[in-house]
Design a protein around this ligand. Structure first.
Ligand SMILES: Nc1ncnc2c1ncn2[C@@H]1O[C@H](COP(=O)(O)OP(=O)(O)OP(=O)(O)O)[C@@H](O)[C@H]1O
Ligand SMILES: [Mg+2]
Length: 498
């Protein structure tokens, strides 16, 4: 081996750009790596202050950010990360290590400054941190409760939704061995057993399952849960559970069932009411005809200026009204024989207006008609449909105190095989609390003698018998639109709707 003192070559062999400073920050020596990296010759920098070369500054750095006083005071090395730019202007991160070189008296004679470029590690670290933050963000903002525990049941992580569901703050729960207390007795064990068997979604997985958890106040809460084991190098290190609170879903289902029960009860009630009404109507119809005939005979026999003529006329008018109610009741309870013929719904509407057109109650009402130019063939009893439109127009007129506008619009959806009829008025609208009842028999908001509450019930009965539907499409204090939907038939077709 050649005569060589490794100490002589040590400084130049250092892999990092390195300076030797005097305690007053004067540069005493620089290795080649430093000169190459910063583009200086030795001559240019020896004797200069470190801040002049590294920061191109005439002033020393602030004491708080300069590590040299620390090295001088404590005679110990120190390091710090600095963000700076290289000769090409690119951002770089440097780890600057300051080490004291002591003389024989133990005083700091020089300070060695190594500048290590850690940009790559720093950027990777930042990237990793960003990814981690992103994943944490996803977990923490999730509406599902997420809870991670180690294999001993110590809570490692819980997101905000889990805090809310279980009733523990992160501070209280994380780090504590409480996982098994979050389930009903044996619950945690059963989850682990399922997780370790392949039959519940694969090894280490538990497919969505319904179970009960217990919150911090001991309340049992039904949840839907999925879980998994987290492995690291093939070893079980943690378990993760994702929970969704089922309380509001269960509550909604309960309400729906209750609503369905009430609806069924109501329709049973209406059905028996309908039968009762039909029976009564049938019984009353004959005596009413008798009264009408007798009253008409009496009227004929009376002198022109008889004192009771007016009264008899009133009897006849009121009896007619009673017969009308009876007729509606019978129509409602589907007791009247319906005809089956093909007719254009536009014609039925036109006919309705020609029947009631000159009626006094329509004097102050403008009527807009917008008929579909195509034939809207309907199959059924035209007279009953005329009754439907009469009832609808009467309701509309009454809703606006006999003053305003009624518009009636027909259209069709050929591919769907449907006829649509919209009847819009500028009336008072239907109150929200009345809406569920307007089709009920005897439901009326009108004064006694003005309404019996049979109109819409009859209308609905007829429409449904024709295979259609009726509903309130829109209502506000400015008016109401009813929508009637009926099956569309072909002009030539006898039986099948289009
Ligand atoms: N176009 C409408 N605008 C506002 N309210 C309406 C309209 N149509 C019906 N209603 C409401 O629905 C209720 C029930 O109507 P329905 O036709 O069944 O009975 P009615 O008109 O009160 O009495 P009847 O038709 O037997 O003379 C009405 O009392 C009214 O409150
Ligand atoms: Mg009515």
């Amino acid at each position: 081996m050649e005569n060589f003192d490794w100490l002589d070559n040590l400084f130049e062999s250092l892999s990092f750009p390195t300076l030797i400073l005097a305690p007053d920050m004067t540069i005493f020596e620089a290795n080649h790596r430093f000169l190459d990296k910063y583009g200086y010759s030795k001559k240019e920098i020896i004797g200069k202050k470190c801040y002049e070369i590294i920061y191109q500054s005439d002033e020393p750095c602030r004491e708080s950010s300069c590590p040299i006083p620390h090295v001088l005071n404590y005679k110990k090395g120190t390091s710090g990360l600095r963000k700076t730019t290289d000769l090409d202007g690119a951002e770089v991160y440097e780890d600057r290590v300051f080490s004291p070189i002591l003389n024989n008296n133990g005083e700091v004679a020089y300070i060695m400054v190594s500048l290590r470029d850690v940009t790559r590690t720093k950027l990777l670290d930042m990237e990793l941190r960003k990814t981690n933050d992103f994943l944490e963000g996803i977990i923490f903002s999730s509406a599902s409760a997420i809870l991670v525990a180690d294999m001993k049941g110590v809570i490692l992580r819980m997101n905000e939704s889990a805090s809310k569901l279980f009733g523990y703050t992160n501070k209280v729960a994380v780090g504590k061995s409480i996982a098994e207390y979050l389930y009903t007795p044996g619950g945690a064990r059963s989850i682990m057993k399922k997780l370790r068997s392949p039959g519940y979604g694969g090894m280490g997985k538990l497919h969505s399952t319904e179970m009960t958890i217990i919150n911090s106040s001991g309340e049992e809460i039904p949840v839907e849960m999925t879980a998994s084991i987290i492995y690291q190098d093939g070893r079980e290190v943690a378990t993760m559970g994702i929970y969704n609170d089922l309380r509001s879903k269960i509550e909604t289902e309960k309400k729906l069932k209750e609503a369905e029960r009430i609806k069924l009860e109501q329709s049973n009630k209406m059905a028996s009411l309908g039968q009762l009404a039909a029976g009564v109507a049938h019984e009353i119809n004959n005596p009413l005809s008798g009264i009408l005939i007798d009253a008409s005979l009496i009227l004929e026999e009376l002198d022109k200026d008889s004192a009771i003529k007016n009264d008899i006329q009133n009897i006849i008018v009121d009896t007619h009204r009673c017969k009308e109610i009876v007729k509606n009741l019978l129509a409602y309870s589907r007791q009247t024989e319906a005809k089956k013929e093909l007719f254009n719904i536009n014609d039925a509407i036109e006919q309705t207006f020609s029947f009631i057109g000159d009626h006094a109650f329509l004097y102050d009402i403008t009527i807009d008609k917008e008929y579909c130019p195509s034939m809207l063939m309907c199959k059924g009893d035209k007279n009953q449909l005329i009754q439907v439109f009469t009832n609808m127009i009467m309701n509309a007129a009454q809703a606006m105190d006999l003053k305003g506008n009624i518009s009636i619009r027909t259209s069709r959806d050929k591919p769907e095989g449907k006829i649509y009829i919209e009847i819009t008025d500028t009336g008072c609208g239907i109150a929200e609390e009345d809406l569920p009842h307007i089709f009920d028999l005897f439901f009326t908001t009108k004064d006694e003698g003005k309404g019996t509450g049979l109109g819409l019930g009859t209308v609905q009965g007829i429409i449904e018998k024709h295979g259609g539907k009726i509903k309130v499409k829109e209502t506000s204090p400015k008016g109401t639109t009813f929508l009637i939907e009926l099956p569309l038939f072909k002009v030539t077709d006898e039986d099948t709707p289009m």
